[in-house]
Design a binder for this molecule. Structure first.
Ligand code: C2E
Ligand code: MG
Ligand code: MG
Length: 695
């Protein structure tokens, strides 16, 4: 029975709908009726036998009674017949009837003439019952006796005495007995029938009915296991066997349904959902997204040069590659996402619950990373690359088909533009995300292409105006134009590229500081350290390596670590930075005031400088009172206070007034390349801050 609608199963063979309806014929009732009729029949037959015995007894008794009365009256009757005494005859007959139970008597003489005859008046009765009684006792009603007299040694016939019993009186006892017996049989069979009905309904029918209702409600298409309960009382009998067999059959049915459903909806090679199922899953994701107001990203992946893999390594290898990519994709996506194989070397990824451009980028990045790499296939490794087209709901299509079509289109564009791994179909978000991803892809290549450079911004002592050092700030010259540092640094942090960039900055800053030192203008260079360099790398080894490579004295290197990074890695960071501080490297807390700004964590930090975030100096939070407090706090902890973002004379004057140790900002010098920096700030006469000058 496969294929069902709500509430009913279709019996394929019978071709009809088996709807469980009200019980029309109960097995118990049928059983009871048959048994009732059978016991009734048997009871009636037994009663009939009983009655026929009883009737025989009654008839014997009647016969004996007749004989008794005839014997009793014989003497008198013989005398009356012999003497032809009619009066005596009448008295003898009267005596016979007086014994009761007789309705007629007659005495005839030897010639057959009636000497006397008496008949009681018969009250009119129900003719049928009278006839039955007559019929039942007809052969015993009448009795006669030949009257003989022995005269001279010879027996001589003198007459006949005839008596006739009253049938009503005779049958009354028998009929009472018969009524009682039949009634008892009826009651007995009725009771037996009812008892059987109750027993069979309690023991069998109710269980069968329950099983029938449960079977009718069963949905074999549902994944949960369906079992008919086997009552303890039937565990070892035929009903238990029947229920267990039914359960086994249902289990097999469910298994084959599941197998069938799996085969129909999954790709046999990779085990991924096929086009049908992934499209369904996309539909589901779309309806959830409509309700929650989120977006859905549809990624159409196509392997590059898959045909070449097949041609070069054989189809088995091609299959193995598809399986490897399917596995990699499945593990790369989030739980909420879905991966399916559309056909050949095409895959579809559905990203659900997308709220920002960032999430699309992450998803695409994960998917591309998972697919585009060298996949170990047995003995050999096969490298694969993919082209990805991305369509985003709702902007790029309202339904699954439109989104898949548009993602496919975008994928073709990605393939056409050689070198671009992926393309968005359109839309603002897609465009932004695409830009972002390209930026990221380019950033990954920036170092190799020599597009990264460092700009240096000077730092001055407030009181003396003597240059104290400079901060190295990384710049990316992409296509001849500088990319906004805050933007690409955030991207680099996100993608992990910051580790590579950090290496470059550290190395380049050390190289530059060593060069300035060698030129006779020693200057401490401050390098910004990202949180990832603290956690994902051995920063101490990197720093020592860079210092050693360029023969730079540790005191000419300063490491700026932001407050929030330090808070996140307090234990490890503290020990690591303390080690470097002991080497002579200067440590400073960057952007102070934007994180916890708590005195508690500052105590015990191996930092020599506290760089006050520029938002307190020239930004929205600027406040002389707060600045004063931070400067005092730094002083009491034995740290030098450095104010960033000094843009105006007034700010500069206020910082001098509050006793801030060092200042840095556009007012004193913008970040410039090393060559300009030396000319502008290290040329002897320019040792004092170039207040008001912006280079
Ligand atoms: P930061 O460490 O606080 O660097 C100071 C930032 O303030 C620089 O921005 C600098 O150009 C800017 N600035 C300097 N003076 C003024 C001023 O008077 N007014 C204003 N409004 N801004 C001023 P930039 O170069 O855009 O860098 C932004 C942030 O990027 C840096 O903040 C730092 O956290 C990070 N960064 C820069 N270079 C690197 C690097 O090589 N490695 C790491 N990990 N992060 C870096
Ligand atoms: Mg800094
Ligand atoms: Mg800063």
């Amino acid at each position: 029975m496969i294929g069902s609608g709500a509430g009913a199963w279709v019996d394929r063979e019978a071709g009809q709908l088996n709807v469980p309806g009200p019980i029309r014929r109960s097995i118990g009732l049928m059983q009871a009726t048959v048994l009732l009729l059978a016991t009734l029949g048997i009871a009636l037959a037994l009663s009939a036998v009983q009655l026929s015995i009883a009737a025989g007894q009654h008839r014997g008794a009647a016969r004996a009674r007749t004989e008794d009365v005839l014997t009793l009256a014989e003497g008198g009757a013989t005398r009356a017949a012999w003497t032809l005494d009619q009066e005596l005859a009448a008295r003898v007959l009267g005596g016979v009837l007086a014994t009761g139970g007789f309705r007629a008597a007659r005495l005839v003489d030897e010639r057959g003439e009636v000497l006397a005859a008496i008949r009681h008046y018969d009250a009119p009765r129900d003719p049928l019952s009278s006839r039955i009684r007559e019929w039942l006792f007809r052969d015993v009603l009448r009795g006669e006796r030949r009257l003989t007299l022995t005269v001279a040694g010879r027996s001589q016939f003198v007459g006949m005495l005839e008596v006739e019993q009253e049938p009503h009186a005779l049958a009354a006892g028998f009929i009472r007995q018969a009524q009682g017996a039949v009634l008892a049989s009826l009651v007995e069979s009725l009771l037996v029938g009812l008892m059987l009905l109750w027993i069979s309904s309690r023991l069998v029918t109710s269980h069968l009915h329950r099983a029938a209702v449960q079977l009718a409600d069963a949905r074999p298409e549902r994944s949960d296991v369906f079992r008919l309960p086997v009552p303890a009382v039937h565990r070892d009998n035929e009903l238990g066997d029947l229920l267990r067999s039914t359960n086994r059959m249902i289990a097999r049915l469910q298994d084959s349904r599941r197998e069938l459903a799996h085969v129909a909806t999954h790709d046999p090679l990779t085990g991924l959902p096929n086009r049908l199922l992934i499209r369904d899953q996309l539909e589901g994701a779309l309806s959830r997204a409509r309700r929650s107001g989120t977006r859905v990203a549809v990624l159409f992946l196509d392997l590059d040069r898959f045909k070449a893999v097949n041609d070069l390594h054989g189809h088995e290898c091609g299959d193995a590659l598809l399986q490897a990519i399917a596995g990699a994709l499945s593990t790369a996506v989030r739980d909420a996402d879905a991966v399916g194989r559309l056909s050949g070397d095409e895959f579809l990824v559905v990203g659900e619950g997308i709220e920002s451009e960032d999430e699309v980028v992450q998803l695409v990045r994960r998917v591309v990373d998972a697919a585009s790499r060298r996949h170990p296939l047995g003995e050999r490794e096969v490298s694969a690359t993919v082209s990805v087209g991305v369509a985003i709901f709702p902007a790029d299509g309202e339904d699954a088909d439109a989104l898949i079509r548009n993602a496919d289109l975008a994928m073709y564009r990605a393939k056409r533009d050689s070198g671009s791994v992926w393309r968005f179909y359109s839309d603002e978000m897609g465009g932004r995300a695409a830009q972002r991803v390209r930026l990221e892809a380019d950033l990954a290549l920036a170092r190799g292409r020599g597009e990264l450079e460092l700009h240096y911004q000077p730092r001055y002592a407030t009181g003396t105006g003597v240059i104290q050092g400079c901060e190295a700030l990384v710049r990316w010259r992409r296509g001849g134009r500088l990319v906004n540092a805050a933007r690409f640094i955030a991207l680099a942090e996100d993608s992990g590229l910051i580790l590579d960039i950090g290496d470059f900055v550290l190395d380049e800053a050390c190289r530059q500081a060593a060069a300035w030192n060698a030129a006779g203008t020693p200057l401490r260079v401050a390098v910004n350290i990202s949180g990832r360099q603290l956690t994902d790398r051995d920063l101490a080894a990197d720093v020592r390596g860079a210092l050693a490579r360029h023969g730079l004295a540790p005191r000419l290197l300063e490491l700026e670590v932001t407050e929030s990074v330090l808070i996140g890695n307090l234990e490890r960071g503290r020990a690591l930075l303390a080690g470097l501080r002991d080497d002579g490297v200067v440590i400073s807390v960057d952007d102070f005031g934007t994180g916890y700004s708590s005195l508690a964590y500052l105590i015990g930090l191996p930092a020599a400088c506290l760089k006050i975030d520029r938002s307190f100096v020239s930004g929205p939070n600027r406040s002389p009172a707060v600045l004063g407090m931070i400067i005092n706090m730094a002083r009491s902890l034995g740290m030098r206070s450095v104010a960033e973002g000094v843009e105006t004379e007034a700010q500069h004057a206020m910082l001098c007034e509050h006793g801030c140790d060092e200042v840095q900002g556009y007012l004193l010098g913008v970040p410039v390349p090393a060559s300009e920096f030396a000319a502008a700030f290290l040329s002897g006469e320019d040792a004092r801050p170039a207040v008001g000058r912006r280079s």
